[in-house]
Design a protein around this ligand. Structure first.
Ligand SMILES: Nc1nc2c(c(=O)[nH]1)N[C@H]1C(S)=C(S)[C@@H](COP(=O)(O)O)O[C@H]1N2
Ligand SMILES: [Mo]
Length: 312
């Protein structure tokens, strides 16, 4: 049994006063759960099922529960606490029909509805490891389809070197956007070869069901070898560009959040060691973090000519 140094749990102590999360831990530990107003916020699986096939690219690790996946995460548009997305997003109504603007360096720019985007797609269950900068991790059973399928349809030009993803801007529905915690709207980006990689998906569901609001309804990005924040939520624009996009987190704190943000145990975040992680519901960082979150065999070749200490 490894000895746990107090420094290894400091990051988590910051979140220990998050009531819903603590109760989640108690529940996971099998203790009796007190009936409590906050816990009543816990979303139940809503039952809007999707038809899916399972993917050979799934990990065989056991997924975290629906409760973990949907009550402990980040979606700053709804607040900065880990429990805020679940608490403050239920009233959010994704615009119907949801549309995505396809812009920039491609042969077929235009506006596409989510329904059209899904035409001809087979939805896959993709069970992926998910590693956050704050040093916790989960295993999440996403439902989605390869981003590459969409990219091929809209035919990027030879000038398209990067893909930029933008989240909905709607301060009337997203209270976090009335605060200056990040530059809004939330922007993320990938290099073209990362975007085309078969592990990279656009997700529309989790646990076989339509995405709940807090996980990025109705459409979000999932890139399993990168830190969780690369997965932009509630996407309304996908733009093909020649230059590396300025992402919201790079603008917020460039020394901590680089463009690549590949999971890398040997490069520390200014505030956290990145060498170990706590697999929720455990609070202890007893797991060694793997290079590329364990997806090195599939993705390491993308970075063979890059110094990953400089390009963090
Ligand atoms: N628009 C938007 N997307 C976002 C975020 C956010 O604040 N706003 N947070 C990111 C971070 S830091 C993480 S860890 C994941 C968490 O949500 P998930 O568990 O549903 O992936 O969403 C990412 N996508
Ligand atoms: Mo994160």
């Amino acid at each position: 049994m490894a000895t746990i140094r107090s420094s290894e749990i400091t990051d988590h102590r910051v979140y220990l006063n998050r009531r819903t999360f603590i109760q989640g831990l108690i529940a996971a530990g099998g203790a009796t759960l007190a009936a409590d107003a906050a816990w009543a916020q816990r979303p139940a699986a809503h039952g809007r099922r999707l038809t899916t096939i399972s993917s050979p690219l799934s990990t065989t690790e056991k997924p975290n529960t629906w409760e973990h996946v949907t009550t402990y995460n980040n979606f700053y548009e709804f607040g900065t606490d880990k429990s805020d997305p679940a608490t403050h997003s239920p009233k959010f109504k994704p615009v119907q029909p949801w549309t995505v603007a396809i812009e920039g360096e491609c042969a077929k720019p235009g506006t596409i509805t989510l329904e059209d985007l899904l035409k001809g797609e087979t939805l896959e269950d993709r069970v992926y490891r998910h590693r956050c900068v704050e040093a916790w991790s989960m295993v999440i059973p996403w439902v989605g389809f390869p981003l590459a399928n969409l990219i091929k349809k809209v035919q990027p030009t030879s000038k398209a070197k990067f893909v930029e993803f933008t989240t909905l801007l709607d301060p009337s529905q997203m209270p976090g956007q009335r605060e200056g915690v990040l530059e809004w709207p939330y922007v993320e980006g990938l290099r073209m070869d990362e975007a085309l990689h078969p592990l990279t998906i656009l997700a529309v569901g989790v646990y076989g069901e339509v995405l709940p609001n807090q996980n990025g309804a109705p459409l979000r990005l999932v890139v399993p070898w990168k830190y969780g924040f690369k997965g932009a939520k509630s996407i309304v624009r996908i733009r093909f560009v020649e230059r590396q996009p300025r992402t919201s987190w790079m603008i917020n704190w460039p020394a901590a959040y680089g463009f690549y943000s590949n999971v890398n145990p040997s490069v520390n975040h200014p505030r956290h060691s990145q060498s170990t992680e706590a697999r929720l519901p455990s609070l202890f960082r007893t797991m060694r973090t793997q290079m590329f979150n364990g997806y090195g065999e599939q993705v390491a070749s993308l970075y063979k000519d890059l110094d990953l200490r400089k390009n963090y």
